[in-house]
Design a protein around this ligand. Sequence first.
Ligand code: DQA
Length: 151
Amino acid sequence: MDNLVYILNGPNLNLLGRREPETYGALKLGDIERRCRALAGQLGLNIDFRQKNGEGELVEDIHEAIIADAGGIIINAAAYTHTSIAIHDALRAFEGVIIEVHLSNVHAREEFRHRSLIAPVAEGVIAGLGAEGYELALRAMASRLIEQVEV
Ligand code: DQA
């Protein structure tokens, strides 16, 4: 299904709003999901929005996206971005469009956040623009997955 996009969120992102708001913003993950749903509706995309704290659970979500033949995956793998070969490998098996998103500018933070194991398998990376990054990723998805879409 070309217009199906999985939006996958990794560990601790369920705490958004109360977790380091000076770094990650005041919005809760549910607020980001609502904004994504509203925009996806306008763009003609169907989204499946998820958050998992476990690495294996995220790998299983990627498998589901593969089996569902989704057109795209937008992924904020949170801390697993910097460590997970398993998530890297699972994403390699996905044939659709992959966009990596981070709320914070990981490159302006600690050195251990500068390396991403997702970036080598992603078409693009958006970091540092807060919740807006998810919306920009959705617009980029729409222009890749749907013909003639105005973004
Ligand atoms: C994050 C950045 C990661 O380094 C961090 O571990 C997170 C969130 C972000 O969205 O800015 O949990 O992915």
